[in-house]
Design a protein around this ligand. Structure first.
Ligand code: ATP
Ligand code: MG
Length: 392
Protein backbone atom coordinates (compact mmCIF):
# COMPACT_ATOMS: atom_id res chain seq x y z
CA UNK A 1 0.00 0.00 0.00
CA UNK A 2 1.37 3.40 -0.92
CA UNK A 3 1.15 6.09 1.73
CA UNK A 4 1.77 9.81 1.33
CA UNK A 5 1.33 12.99 3.38
CA UNK A 6 -1.32 15.48 2.30
CA UNK A 7 -0.82 19.09 3.33
CA UNK A 8 -3.68 21.63 3.32
CA UNK A 9 -2.87 25.32 2.98
CA UNK A 10 -3.69 27.85 5.65
CA UNK A 11 -4.34 31.51 4.99
CA UNK A 12 -2.58 31.43 1.63
CA UNK A 13 -5.66 29.87 -0.03
CA UNK A 14 -7.04 33.40 0.14
CA UNK A 15 -4.19 34.82 -1.91
CA UNK A 16 -5.11 35.86 -5.42
CA UNK A 17 -2.72 36.17 -8.32
CA UNK A 18 0.44 35.68 -6.29
CA UNK A 19 -0.74 32.44 -4.70
CA UNK A 20 1.77 30.56 -6.84
CA UNK A 21 4.70 32.31 -5.19
CA UNK A 22 3.38 31.34 -1.73
CA UNK A 23 2.94 27.78 -2.94
CA UNK A 24 6.48 27.67 -4.35
CA UNK A 25 7.92 28.97 -1.09
CA UNK A 26 6.00 26.38 0.92
CA UNK A 27 7.22 23.59 -1.38
CA UNK A 28 10.79 24.83 -1.02
CA UNK A 29 10.50 24.98 2.79
CA UNK A 30 9.04 21.47 2.95
CA UNK A 31 11.78 20.05 0.72
CA UNK A 32 14.52 21.66 2.80
CA UNK A 33 12.99 20.47 6.04
CA UNK A 34 12.70 16.86 4.86
CA UNK A 35 16.00 16.59 3.01
CA UNK A 36 17.82 14.73 5.77
CA UNK A 37 15.05 12.10 6.05
CA UNK A 38 15.43 10.76 2.50
CA UNK A 39 14.11 11.48 -0.98
CA UNK A 40 10.62 12.89 -1.58
CA UNK A 41 8.50 14.18 -4.42
CA UNK A 42 6.70 17.36 -3.36
CA UNK A 43 3.98 18.65 -5.69
CA UNK A 44 1.02 21.03 -5.37
CA UNK A 45 -2.46 21.05 -6.88
CA UNK A 46 -5.84 22.41 -5.83
CA UNK A 47 -4.64 24.09 -2.60
CA UNK A 48 -3.00 20.88 -1.42
CA UNK A 49 0.64 19.80 -1.34
CA UNK A 50 1.42 16.12 -1.81
CA UNK A 51 4.51 14.70 -0.14
CA UNK A 52 5.41 11.35 -1.67
CA UNK A 53 8.31 9.42 -0.12
CA UNK A 54 10.64 7.93 -2.75
CA UNK A 55 12.71 5.77 -0.39
CA UNK A 56 11.44 2.62 1.31
CA UNK A 57 12.52 3.16 4.89
CA UNK A 58 11.07 6.62 5.57
CA UNK A 59 9.06 6.93 8.79
CA UNK A 60 6.03 9.09 7.98
CA UNK A 61 5.66 10.06 11.65
CA UNK A 62 9.01 11.84 11.36
CA UNK A 63 7.66 13.56 8.26
CA UNK A 64 4.43 14.75 9.92
CA UNK A 65 6.36 15.88 13.02
CA UNK A 66 8.60 18.08 10.95
CA UNK A 67 5.98 19.33 8.52
CA UNK A 68 3.68 20.13 11.47
CA UNK A 69 6.09 22.93 12.38
CA UNK A 70 6.24 24.52 8.93
CA UNK A 71 4.22 27.73 8.61
CA UNK A 72 1.62 28.12 5.86
CA UNK A 73 -0.17 24.85 6.62
CA UNK A 74 -3.59 24.55 8.26
CA UNK A 75 -3.78 20.75 8.45
CA UNK A 76 -1.91 17.66 7.38
CA UNK A 77 -2.48 13.94 7.35
CA UNK A 78 -1.06 10.63 6.26
CA UNK A 79 -3.18 9.13 3.53
CA UNK A 80 -3.40 5.94 1.51
CA UNK A 81 -3.17 6.28 -2.28
CA UNK A 82 -5.95 4.49 -4.23
CA UNK A 83 -6.97 4.09 -7.85
CA UNK A 84 -9.93 6.24 -8.85
CA UNK A 85 -12.11 3.22 -8.63
CA UNK A 86 -14.64 2.50 -5.89
CA UNK A 87 -13.67 -1.15 -5.38
CA UNK A 88 -10.02 -0.19 -4.93
CA UNK A 89 -11.04 2.58 -2.52
CA UNK A 90 -13.05 0.06 -0.51
CA UNK A 91 -10.35 -2.61 -0.44
CA UNK A 92 -7.62 -0.12 0.55
CA UNK A 93 -9.83 1.53 3.20
CA UNK A 94 -10.49 -1.83 4.87
CA UNK A 95 -6.81 -2.66 5.01
CA UNK A 96 -5.42 0.81 5.76
CA UNK A 97 -7.93 1.71 8.46
CA UNK A 98 -8.28 -1.75 10.00
CA UNK A 99 -6.53 -0.89 13.26
CA UNK A 100 -8.10 2.55 13.80
CA UNK A 101 -11.59 1.25 13.10
CA UNK A 102 -11.08 -1.78 15.35
CA UNK A 103 -10.19 0.57 18.19
CA UNK A 104 -13.02 3.06 17.63
CA UNK A 105 -16.67 3.03 18.61
CA UNK A 106 -18.15 5.68 16.33
CA UNK A 107 -17.29 6.94 12.86
CA UNK A 108 -18.56 8.69 9.79
CA UNK A 109 -17.44 8.86 6.18
CA UNK A 110 -16.72 12.19 4.56
CA UNK A 111 -16.19 12.38 0.78
CA UNK A 112 -14.68 15.23 -1.24
CA UNK A 113 -14.88 15.02 -4.98
CA UNK A 114 -12.73 17.64 -6.68
CA UNK A 115 -12.82 15.52 -9.84
CA UNK A 116 -16.43 15.99 -10.81
CA UNK A 117 -16.08 13.41 -13.59
CA UNK A 118 -15.86 10.60 -11.02
CA UNK A 119 -18.82 8.27 -11.48
CA UNK A 120 -20.20 8.50 -7.92
CA UNK A 121 -21.30 11.65 -6.13
CA UNK A 122 -20.05 12.45 -2.60
CA UNK A 123 -23.21 11.39 -0.68
CA UNK A 124 -23.22 8.14 -2.62
CA UNK A 125 -19.57 7.43 -1.72
CA UNK A 126 -20.33 8.15 1.96
CA UNK A 127 -23.38 5.90 2.04
CA UNK A 128 -21.79 2.99 0.15
CA UNK A 129 -18.47 2.98 1.97
CA UNK A 130 -20.18 3.61 5.34
CA UNK A 131 -22.37 0.56 4.77
CA UNK A 132 -19.41 -1.63 3.84
CA UNK A 133 -17.41 -0.53 6.89
CA UNK A 134 -20.39 -1.17 9.18
CA UNK A 135 -20.66 -4.67 7.72
CA UNK A 136 -16.96 -5.42 8.32
CA UNK A 137 -16.71 -3.75 11.72
CA UNK A 138 -20.05 -4.57 13.37
CA UNK A 139 -19.03 -3.00 16.71
CA UNK A 140 -19.07 0.47 15.09
CA UNK A 141 -21.95 2.89 14.99
CA UNK A 142 -22.32 5.93 12.78
CA UNK A 143 -22.24 9.31 14.49
CA UNK A 144 -22.40 12.17 12.02
CA UNK A 145 -22.20 14.94 14.65
CA UNK A 146 -19.31 13.91 16.84
CA UNK A 147 -17.59 10.81 15.48
CA UNK A 148 -14.42 9.43 17.02
CA UNK A 149 -13.07 8.70 13.55
CA UNK A 150 -13.82 10.52 10.33
CA UNK A 151 -12.89 8.44 7.32
CA UNK A 152 -12.20 10.89 4.52
CA UNK A 153 -12.18 9.92 0.85
CA UNK A 154 -10.79 12.52 -1.53
CA UNK A 155 -11.25 12.02 -5.26
CA UNK A 156 -8.60 14.20 -6.88
CA UNK A 157 -6.78 14.68 -10.23
CA UNK A 158 -4.85 11.46 -10.69
CA UNK A 159 -5.78 9.39 -7.66
CA UNK A 160 -8.14 8.95 -4.76
CA UNK A 161 -6.90 9.21 -1.17
CA UNK A 162 -8.23 7.73 2.04
CA UNK A 163 -7.32 8.94 5.51
CA UNK A 164 -8.63 9.06 9.03
CA UNK A 165 -6.34 11.51 10.77
CA UNK A 166 -6.30 15.26 10.64
CA UNK A 167 -3.34 16.87 12.33
CA UNK A 168 -3.38 20.58 13.01
CA UNK A 169 -0.77 22.51 11.04
CA UNK A 170 1.34 25.39 12.36
CA UNK A 171 -0.85 28.00 10.60
CA UNK A 172 0.50 31.33 9.36
CA UNK A 173 2.26 32.01 6.06
CA UNK A 174 5.32 30.27 4.55
CA UNK A 175 8.54 31.71 5.96
CA UNK A 176 10.16 33.90 3.34
CA UNK A 177 6.96 35.28 1.81
CA UNK A 178 6.86 38.41 4.01
CA UNK A 179 10.42 39.69 3.71
CA UNK A 180 13.29 39.56 6.16
CA UNK A 181 13.71 41.05 9.65
CA UNK A 182 16.32 41.12 12.41
CA UNK A 183 15.34 39.64 15.77
CA UNK A 184 17.07 41.07 18.85
CA UNK A 185 17.57 37.74 20.57
CA UNK A 186 18.48 37.71 24.25
CA UNK A 187 18.70 34.57 26.35
CA UNK A 188 15.35 35.35 27.96
CA UNK A 189 11.89 33.87 27.55
CA UNK A 190 10.37 36.60 25.41
CA UNK A 191 12.53 37.23 22.37
CA UNK A 192 12.52 33.62 21.03
CA UNK A 193 8.71 33.72 21.22
CA UNK A 194 8.72 37.05 19.36
CA UNK A 195 10.85 35.49 16.60
CA UNK A 196 8.51 32.52 16.36
CA UNK A 197 5.50 34.82 16.04
CA UNK A 198 6.95 36.91 13.25
CA UNK A 199 8.14 33.79 11.39
CA UNK A 200 4.54 32.62 11.60
CA UNK A 201 3.58 35.68 9.57
CA UNK A 202 5.99 34.59 6.86
CA UNK A 203 8.96 36.74 7.93
CA UNK A 204 12.41 35.27 7.41
CA UNK A 205 14.36 35.85 10.61
CA UNK A 206 18.00 36.77 11.20
CA UNK A 207 19.09 37.17 14.81
CA UNK A 208 21.41 39.58 16.61
CA UNK A 209 22.78 39.12 20.10
CA UNK A 210 24.96 41.44 22.22
CA UNK A 211 27.60 39.98 24.50
CA UNK A 212 29.68 41.70 27.16
CA UNK A 213 32.54 39.43 28.14
CA UNK A 214 33.88 39.04 30.78
CA UNK A 215 30.65 40.24 32.43
CA UNK A 216 28.73 37.69 30.36
CA UNK A 217 30.06 34.16 29.97
CA UNK A 218 30.58 31.74 27.09
CA UNK A 219 27.81 29.64 28.54
CA UNK A 220 25.38 32.56 28.25
CA UNK A 221 26.27 32.82 24.56
CA UNK A 222 25.92 29.07 24.06
CA UNK A 223 22.45 29.26 25.57
CA UNK A 224 21.40 31.87 23.00
CA UNK A 225 22.89 29.77 20.20
CA UNK A 226 20.87 26.84 21.48
CA UNK A 227 17.71 28.98 21.36
CA UNK A 228 18.55 29.94 17.81
CA UNK A 229 18.91 26.29 16.86
CA UNK A 230 15.57 25.44 18.45
CA UNK A 231 13.90 28.24 16.50
CA UNK A 232 15.08 26.79 13.19
CA UNK A 233 12.39 24.07 13.43
CA UNK A 234 9.87 26.84 12.82
CA UNK A 235 11.91 29.66 11.28
CA UNK A 236 14.20 27.71 8.93
CA UNK A 237 17.84 28.79 8.58
CA UNK A 238 18.92 31.70 10.80
CA UNK A 239 21.92 33.96 10.32
CA UNK A 240 23.10 34.76 13.85
CA UNK A 241 25.10 37.94 14.48
CA UNK A 242 27.04 38.31 17.70
CA UNK A 243 28.03 41.85 18.69
CA UNK A 244 30.83 42.60 21.16
CA UNK A 245 29.17 45.10 23.49
CA UNK A 246 31.50 45.39 26.49
CA UNK A 247 33.22 48.67 25.57
CA UNK A 248 29.92 50.35 24.80
CA UNK A 249 28.38 49.27 28.09
CA UNK A 250 31.44 50.44 30.00
CA UNK A 251 31.33 53.76 28.19
CA UNK A 252 27.65 54.19 29.08
CA UNK A 253 28.42 53.37 32.69
CA UNK A 254 31.32 55.82 32.85
CA UNK A 255 29.70 58.69 30.98
CA UNK A 256 25.92 58.68 31.42
CA UNK A 257 23.60 59.12 34.41
CA UNK A 258 22.79 55.78 35.94
CA UNK A 259 19.01 56.18 35.68
CA UNK A 260 19.36 56.37 31.86
CA UNK A 261 21.67 53.36 31.41
CA UNK A 262 19.11 50.93 30.08
CA UNK A 263 17.40 53.26 27.63
CA UNK A 264 20.70 54.50 26.19
CA UNK A 265 21.93 50.93 25.92
CA UNK A 266 18.77 49.93 24.07
CA UNK A 267 19.09 52.89 21.68
CA UNK A 268 22.63 51.83 20.83
CA UNK A 269 21.52 48.21 20.40
CA UNK A 270 18.90 49.41 17.91
CA UNK A 271 21.46 51.57 16.08
CA UNK A 272 23.88 48.65 15.67
CA UNK A 273 21.08 46.30 14.62
CA UNK A 274 19.98 48.75 11.93
CA UNK A 275 23.45 49.00 10.48
CA UNK A 276 23.63 45.21 10.23
CA UNK A 277 20.11 45.25 8.71
CA UNK A 278 21.31 47.57 5.94
CA UNK A 279 24.07 45.13 5.01
CA UNK A 280 21.79 42.10 5.30
CA UNK A 281 18.78 43.68 3.57
CA UNK A 282 16.52 43.21 6.60
CA UNK A 283 13.52 45.52 6.50
CA UNK A 284 12.52 45.62 10.17
CA UNK A 285 13.61 44.90 13.74
CA UNK A 286 11.84 42.51 16.13
CA UNK A 287 12.03 42.59 19.92
CA UNK A 288 10.40 40.63 22.74
CA UNK A 289 9.14 43.72 24.54
CA UNK A 290 5.73 43.83 26.19
CA UNK A 291 4.28 47.10 27.47
CA UNK A 292 4.84 47.67 31.18
CA UNK A 293 6.83 44.49 31.80
CA UNK A 294 9.93 46.33 33.08
CA UNK A 295 11.11 49.95 33.36
CA UNK A 296 12.61 49.96 29.84
CA UNK A 297 9.28 48.83 28.41
CA UNK A 298 7.05 51.69 29.51
CA UNK A 299 5.57 53.74 26.70
CA UNK A 300 7.95 56.62 27.40
CA UNK A 301 10.99 54.33 27.35
CA UNK A 302 9.82 52.66 24.13
CA UNK A 303 9.33 56.11 22.58
CA UNK A 304 12.91 57.07 23.49
CA UNK A 305 14.20 53.81 21.97
CA UNK A 306 12.13 54.16 18.81
CA UNK A 307 13.41 57.70 18.24
CA UNK A 308 16.66 56.24 16.85
CA UNK A 309 14.90 53.72 14.59
CA UNK A 310 14.72 54.33 10.85
CA UNK A 311 12.94 51.07 10.04
CA UNK A 312 9.81 49.54 11.62
CA UNK A 313 10.20 47.79 14.98
CA UNK A 314 7.87 44.83 15.43
CA UNK A 315 6.97 43.86 18.99
CA UNK A 316 4.60 40.93 18.57
CA UNK A 317 4.33 40.37 22.36
CA UNK A 318 3.39 43.97 23.09
CA UNK A 319 -0.06 43.20 24.50
CA UNK A 320 0.61 39.79 26.00
CA UNK A 321 0.87 38.69 29.62
CA UNK A 322 3.94 36.79 30.77
CA UNK A 323 1.83 33.65 31.33
CA UNK A 324 0.64 33.73 27.72
CA UNK A 325 4.22 34.18 26.51
CA UNK A 326 5.40 31.26 28.66
CA UNK A 327 2.69 29.04 27.23
CA UNK A 328 4.05 29.61 23.71
CA UNK A 329 7.66 29.23 24.91
CA UNK A 330 6.77 25.80 26.27
CA UNK A 331 4.98 24.84 23.07
CA UNK A 332 7.97 25.70 20.91
CA UNK A 333 10.37 24.12 23.42
CA UNK A 334 12.44 27.22 24.16
CA UNK A 335 11.27 27.70 27.76
CA UNK A 336 13.60 25.23 29.47
CA UNK A 337 16.62 26.75 27.73
CA UNK A 338 15.50 30.32 28.39
CA UNK A 339 15.26 29.80 32.14
CA UNK A 340 18.84 28.53 32.48
CA UNK A 341 20.39 31.02 34.90
CA UNK A 342 23.09 32.73 32.84
CA UNK A 343 23.52 36.48 32.89
CA UNK A 344 22.51 38.72 29.97
CA UNK A 345 24.30 41.94 29.09
CA UNK A 346 21.11 43.81 30.03
CA UNK A 347 21.35 42.64 33.61
CA UNK A 348 25.02 43.48 34.02
CA UNK A 349 24.72 47.21 34.53
CA UNK A 350 21.11 47.43 35.61
CA UNK A 351 20.49 50.79 37.25
CA UNK A 352 19.16 50.68 40.81
CA UNK A 353 16.48 53.25 40.00
CA UNK A 354 15.79 53.34 36.25
CA UNK A 355 13.80 56.28 34.96
CA UNK A 356 10.30 54.92 34.32
CA UNK A 357 9.19 57.94 32.29
CA UNK A 358 12.32 59.13 30.50
CA UNK A 359 12.05 62.30 28.41
CA UNK A 360 13.64 62.08 24.96
CA UNK A 361 15.44 65.43 25.20
CA UNK A 362 17.12 64.38 28.48
CA UNK A 363 18.16 61.02 27.05
CA UNK A 364 19.55 62.61 23.89
CA UNK A 365 21.48 65.17 25.91
CA UNK A 366 22.97 62.46 28.12
CA UNK A 367 23.87 60.27 25.15
CA UNK A 368 25.35 63.18 23.18
CA UNK A 369 27.67 64.12 26.02
CA UNK A 370 29.90 61.23 24.88
CA UNK A 371 30.90 60.31 21.33
CA UNK A 372 29.73 56.70 20.99
CA UNK A 373 30.16 56.65 17.20
CA UNK A 374 33.70 55.18 17.08
CA UNK A 375 32.68 52.45 19.53
CA UNK A 376 29.53 51.70 17.53
CA UNK A 377 31.54 51.43 14.31
CA UNK A 378 34.06 49.15 16.00
CA UNK A 379 31.30 46.90 17.38
CA UNK A 380 29.72 46.60 13.92
CA UNK A 381 33.11 45.78 12.37
CA UNK A 382 33.82 43.11 14.96
CA UNK A 383 30.40 41.48 14.77
CA UNK A 384 30.66 37.77 13.97
CA UNK A 385 28.30 35.64 11.92
CA UNK A 386 27.28 32.03 12.46
CA UNK A 387 24.55 30.24 10.51
CA UNK A 388 22.06 27.85 12.04
CA UNK A 389 20.13 25.34 10.03
CA UNK A 390 17.40 22.90 10.88
CA UNK A 391 18.23 20.85 13.94
CA UNK A 392 17.85 17.16 13.18
P1 ATP B 1 13.65 38.61 26.99
O1 ATP B 1 12.91 37.60 27.78
O2 ATP B 1 13.43 38.47 25.52
O3 ATP B 1 15.10 38.68 27.38
P2 ATP B 1 13.01 40.69 28.79
O4 ATP B 1 11.62 40.71 29.27
O5 ATP B 1 14.06 40.10 29.65
O6 ATP B 1 13.01 40.00 27.36
P3 ATP B 1 14.69 43.01 28.37
O7 ATP B 1 15.84 42.32 28.98
O8 ATP B 1 14.36 44.40 28.78
O9 ATP B 1 13.33 42.20 28.49
O10 ATP B 1 14.89 43.03 26.81
C1 ATP B 1 13.89 43.50 25.97
C2 ATP B 1 14.22 43.03 24.55
O11 ATP B 1 15.50 43.53 24.15
C3 ATP B 1 14.35 41.53 24.45
O12 ATP B 1 13.12 40.89 24.26
C4 ATP B 1 15.26 41.40 23.24
O13 ATP B 1 14.51 41.55 22.04
C5 ATP B 1 16.19 42.58 23.38
N1 ATP B 1 17.44 42.20 24.09
C6 ATP B 1 17.70 42.28 25.40
N2 ATP B 1 18.96 41.84 25.67
C7 ATP B 1 19.50 41.48 24.51
C8 ATP B 1 20.78 40.95 24.10
N3 ATP B 1 21.75 40.69 24.96
N4 ATP B 1 20.98 40.70 22.80
C9 ATP B 1 20.00 40.93 21.90
N5 ATP B 1 18.79 41.44 22.21
C10 ATP B 1 18.54 41.71 23.50
MG1 MG C 1 16.08 39.73 29.00
Amino acid sequence: MKEIVLVKYGEMVLKGLNKKSFEDMLTKNIKRRLKSLGRFKVTSAQSTTYITPLDEDIDLDDVTNRVGKIFGISALCRACVCEKDFSDITAKSLEYLNEVLNNAKTFKVNAKRSDKAFCMKSPEICAELGGILLGKFPHLTVDVKNPEITVTVEIRDTNAYVHAENLKGAGGLPVGTSGKAMLLLSGGIDSPVAGYMMAKRGVHISAIHYVSPPYTSDRALMKVEQLCEKLTDYCGGIAFFCVPFTEIQEAIKDNCPEEFFTVIMRRIMMEIAQRICEKEKCQALITGESVGQVASQTMSAIACTDAVCRIPVFRPLVGMDKTEIIEIARKIDTFETSVLPYEDCCTVFTPRHPKVKPVLADIEKAQNSFDFEPLIQKAVENTTLKTFNYSE
